[in-house]
Write a protein that binds this ligand. Structure first.
Ligand code: NAD
Length: 269
């Protein structure tokens, strides 16, 4: 076994940040190299392990250049505005990047694509193995049920989530559109209210539920005449996303550039 991979966690005080720290501490192939968060973070300058009741020897910093010095990979679960800054810094320092943050605009996604010419990146709105499989199943289902079936994507997340629909719901919508031979932007319906008229064939509808502490539920419904197929995934702990993200970090170890997703990481292409 080679040297452990030097990992920096961005958003280290967040919900995903904590799950990622637990994952790094438990994995002998990884070593925590840096911990990043906002300049107004209450833990700034303190040992990041304190948040989990242990000592790690790594302090929380807000300066990306300090955090990335001599690092191998940055794991980012923050907000798009932070991810864009971190992306530029990773290119400057030649550090690989795992982007789990969701809510990017189309323009921001193009910036990520362009950056992947310089550094290797895994970018996926959902790092769980189960959802990665679900994406494949949805594409296949839409391809087979491509006529006479209406496709709807329903998701539920905890009350603190700030973007909607979830990045995973959008990814599932893209998979369904791909199965239908369409582009999601031409067939998505994100909201319905009032007298909407009858449902148009070929559209992909989205419904968003928010509440409590739900980690992430997604169902894709394919409703036809006399039957419907429902493909569902339910996450019960953030550990599934963290473990997937850290697996992705190891996948990049021998890759110097390129944009990958979890299907690449899991060999599902
Ligand atoms: P959270 O609010 O608990 O944590 C966000 C962290 O980012 C916090 O530590 C916060 O201080 C930090 N942050 C926010 N804005 C920042 C900025 N401008 N600069 C630096 N740091 C900043 O959120 P969370 O539940 O951990 O989710 C974080 C992101 O990860 C969200 O976009 C969420 O949708 C996404 N997510 C992705 C997956 C996946 O598998 N890809 C899974 C779960 C969550």
């Amino acid at each position: 076994m080679g040297n452990p991979l030097k990992v920096v966690i961005a958003g280290c005080s967040g919900r995903m940040g904590h799950a990622l720290l637990e994952g790094v501490f438990a994995d002998t192939e990884l070593v925590l190299h840096g911990a990043l968060d906002r300049a107004d973070n209450a833990h700034l300058g303190r040992d990041v392990g304190e948040q989990l009741g242990r000592v790690s020897g790594v302090k929380v910093v807000s300066d990306i250049d300090i955090a990335l010095k001599d690092a191998d990979v940055l794991v980012d679960f923050t907000r798009p505005e932070a991810s864009m800054i971190y992306l530029a810094a990773c290119q400057k320092h030649g550090v690989k990047m795992i982007i789990g943050t969701t809510g990017f605009s189309a323009e921001e996604k193009k910036v990520i694509e362009a950056a992947a010419r310089n550094i290797s990146i895994v970018f996926a709105p959902n790092m769980s193995v189960g959802v990665t499989l679900l994406i494949n199943l949805v594409e296949q289902a839409a391809r087979v049920l491509n006529e006479g079936y209406d496709i709807e994507v329903v998701e539920m997340h905890h009350r603190h989530k700030v973007d909607a629909p979830s990045g995973t719901a959008l990814r599932l919508g893209e998979a369904a559109a791909q199965g239908l031979g369409q582009d999601l932007k031409d067939c998505a319906v994100y909201a319905r209210e009032g007298v909407t008229g009858e449902r148009e064939a070929g559209k992909i509808g989205f419904a968003t539920l928010r509440g409590g502490d739900v980690v992430g539920d997604h169902t894709v419904v394919l409703a036809g005449i006399g039957e419907r197929v429902e493909l569902t995934h339910k996450a019960s702990s953030r550990a599934t996303f963290a473990l997937g993200a850290l697996r992705a970090a190891k996948y990049l170890a021998d890759k110097t550039s390129g944009l990958y997703d979890m299907r690449d990481v899991l060999g599902l292409r």
